[in-house]
Design a protein around this ligand. Structure first.
Ligand SMILES: CC(C)(COP(=O)(O)OP(=O)(O)OC[C@H]1O[C@@H](n2cnc3c(N)ncnc32)[C@H](O)[C@@H]1OP(=O)(O)O)[C@@H](O)C(=O)NCCC(=O)NCCS
Length: 393
């Protein structure tokens, strides 16, 4: 290698608004269309970076099947009009796919192998319904019998975590009402809109319209409205639709360069990508993944949770977010300041990239330094990353 460790910096980011799957604004639009639109708009924010200098487009996608197959990263790059010389790579780390892709891009830069990369994630849960297609065909019978956790529905894993950590339905409902209130406030005061790139959507009559507002937020959620909901994942269970993330469509895109490239091109480095960790845990308790992942990323950086100014902890379920906050010693006041996935939705592969943008926007508002982004991952994993805002000097 000719170069020593480089700093990988984020120079631009953006996302679509998050739509409800199946019935939402993006239900008639191919994910490549809105992903390419967001990618183009993010690149337009940094005209100083010639697009033919981008060395890879890495896109996370948790279900790279059906309309998301054929290496969707490559297809998005071509649809966005990038030259053929810019390659594309699709990454699947389930719910951390968007964060994994950013980490992979950062690693290429930090090791001196690339100087400009696009990363992010996309998911149309309309295109690939969450409960999967043809379960009986794809399951390995040995795994199904001996390791049932690997094929377990995420809702059931949340029930198991709630039982193990003694999280009551009432605690989950309180957490969820707060998430909805924070998201509604952030929507109202325009904080969420800062990251959103309007995209073209198509209605059932084939007419186009502009989609630019997250659809899943239920501002009028109350403890009373949640108390009446059924528990869909387990008989007499505690987890409900109101305390779960919803199923969604959306995309998030981030552009990273080396600090040197940013300097040369006159790009403003918004934040440095400091470190990433990913860990494995028992698939039946996949929701606890962030616990180990957070402690590992802290060790890697020599930082502590107290150093974190902003935390984006994906709310797959209140059942897992609550014990993750408690066990890692995170300050609840710093977690999901503008609401979490219970209110804003969780378009699986896109979430990591969306949360990175959300964290950076909030860090900038606070003029603070460190953000932690973390999530649990289907199959029993957890991921975490730390970003450092680079202050204007
Ligand atoms: C929980 C889940 C099954 C619900 O799916 P759904 O039934 O299509 O969801 P809906 O939005 O229709 O909500 C179901 C009901 O709860 C109600 N509801 C949901 N959130 C509510 C809220 N905040 N306040 C009040 N009512 C609410 C809806 O109005 C609906 O009521 P209805 O049946 O009377 O119409 C689905 O969202 C899911 O699978 N979530 C988890 C996704 C997941 O596992 N992701 C990966 C994580 S690792």
């Amino acid at each position: 290698m000719s170069k020593s460790m480089e700093d990988a910096v984020i120079v631009a980011y953006g996302r679509s608004a998050v739509a409800r799957s199946g019935k939402g604004a993006l239900r008639n639009t191919h994910p490549i269309e809105y992903a390419a639109e967001v990618l183009s708009a993010v690149l337009n924010k940094i005209p100083q970076l010639p697009v033919d200098e981008i060395e890879d487009v890495i896109i996370g996608c948790a279900k790279p099947e059906l309309s998301q197959r054929y290496n969707i990263a490559r297809l998005i790059a071509i649809r966005a009009g990038l030259p053929y010389s810019v390659p594309g790579q699709t990454v699947n780390r389930f719910c951390a796919s968007g964060l994994q892709s950013i980490s992979t891009a950062a690693n290429m830069i930090m090791t001196g192998q690339s100087s400009a990369m696009v990363a992010g994630g996309v998911e149309s849960m309309t295109a690939i319904p969450y409960m999967g297609i043809g379960d009986a065909v794809f399951k390995d019978t040995w795994l199904d019998e001996h390791e049932p956790g690997v094929y377990m529905g995420m809702g059931l894993t949340a029930e198991l975590v709630a039982e193990k950590y003694g999280v009551s339905r009432e605690q989950m409902e309180e957490f969820s009402v707060l998430s909805q209130q924070k998201a509604a406030r952030a929507q109202e005061n325009g904080i969420l809109a800062k990251d959103i790139i309007p995209v073209t959507a198509v209605d059932d009559e084939g007419n186009t319209f502009v989609f630019e507002k997250d659809e899943s937020v239920r501002a009028n959620t109350t403890l009373e409205s949640l108390a009446g909901l059924k528990a869909p994942f387990k008989e007499n269970g505690r987890v409900t639709a109101g305390t779960s993330s919803s199923t969604n469509d959306g995309v998030g895109i981030v552009v990273l360069t080396s600090a040197e490239t940013a300097r040369e091109k006159g790009l403003k480095p918004l934040a440095k990508f400091l470190a990433f960790s990913v860990v494995g845990t028992d698939p039946k308790y996949m929701g606890i993944g962030p616990m180990e992942a957070i402690s590992k990323v802290m060790k890697l950086t020599g930082l502590t949770v107290d150093d974190m100014d902003v935390v984006e902890l994906n709310e797959a379920f209140a059942a897992q977010a609550i014990p993750c906050i408690k066990e890692t010693g995170l300050d609840p006041e710093k977690v999901n300041i503008n609401g979490g996935a219970i209110a804003l939705g969780h378009p699986l592969g896109a979430t990591g990239a969306i949360l990175v943008g959300k964290a950076l926007t909030q860090l900038e508002l606070q003029k603070d330094k460190y953000a932690l982004v973390s999530m649990c991952i289907g199959g029993g994993m957890g991921a975490a990353a730390i970003l450092e805002r680079l202050s204007d000097k």
